[in-house]
Design a protein around this ligand. Structure first.
Ligand code: NDP
Length: 240
């Protein structure tokens, strides 16, 4: 069955690959992020290839904006079946660096952004008798590493929120948590701490293609309604 899928953070990396993959599978996708020129180019590419894509500027830190994004799926395609809460940031640094603004940013985007996505999508899905919320966490939702305490805390939170939502969903809203290991994307480009930035280079050498994570998301989305894939962890085979 083809679905209407809204994807946050679709302007690069995993979100972009997920848009491509789900559109190729026949789903209609609504793309959200702040860099609209990227979204426009991606929509154009998907539509030119025979898929169905639309886009809207989105800042997930603004709850009203996320509600408007979800409403746009209804206006454009008449419904929303799947919400992929993917937007995230990872400005790593040691706690001693006291990068309070970057801590706040990670909490705002990675935690509040996901909650805003749930708050916007849940009533729309409940009103139609069901839906599917896919949250993107990280292997950092299961383990903490140096320079990543706050980032991991946000991803532990996304995991906790996803499990709580699953327990309370009553079966009509499916909940999937997808937790990638290191993946090719622009995520590490915004690390301002020099030591954390350098440490990421070693990890990036074995990074997964973003399409590998998109494949995991597509697997969960493609299951029949009675099957709820709750957690998927995808790591590069070469990672420790
Ligand atoms: P990218 O940096 O390539 O993509 C992040 C996306 O989030 C971009 O599209 C960006 O768009 C969007 N974004 C950031 N801030 C906001 C905001 N305030 N409002 C709306 N969109 C926003 O990184 P990834 O593709 O790697 O990241 C996707 C998800 O995967 C994140 O949640 C990340 O934590 C997670 N992840 C990534 C891993 C990796 O190794 N790459 C490993 C584990 C998890 P724009 O700037 O245009 O708004």
């Amino acid at each position: 069955m083809t679905k209407v899928v809204a994807i946050t953070g679709a302007s690069s990396g995993i979100g972009e690959a997920t848009a491509r993959r789900l559109a190729a599978d026949g789903h209609r996708v609504l793309l959200g992020a702040r860099r609209t020129e990227r979204l426009e180019a991606l929509s154009r590419e998907i539509n030119a290839a025979g898929g169905a894509a639309a886009y809207r500027r989105l800042d997930v830190t603004d709850a009203a904006d996320v509600r408007a994004f979800v409403a746009a799926a209804g206006e454009r395609y008449g419904r929303l079946d799947v919400m992929v809460n993917n937007a995230g940031v990872m400005p790593l640094s040691p706690l001693d660096a006291l990068a309070v603004d970057e801590w706040d940013l990670m909490i705002d985007v990675n935690v509040r952004g996901v909650l805003h996505g749930i708050a916007a999508a849940l009533p729309v899905m409940r009103a139609r008798g069901g839906g599917h919320i896919v949250n993107i966490a990280s292997v950092g939702a299961y383990e903490v590493s140096p320079t990543a305490a706050v980032y991991c805390a946000t991803k532990f939170a996304v995991r906790a929120i996803s499990e709580g939502l699953r327990q309370e969903s009553g079966g009509d809203v499916r909940v999937t948590l997808v937790s990638p290991g290191v993946t090719e994307s622009e995520l590490a480009d915004h690390i301002s701490d020099p030591a954390a930035r350098e440490a990421m280079q070693a990890y990036r050498a074995v990074a997964l293609r973003a399409s590998a994570v998109a494949d995991a998301i597509a697997y969960a989305v493609s299951q029949p309604p009675e099957v709820d894939v709750n957690e998927i962890v995808v790591r590069p085979a070469a990672s420790a």
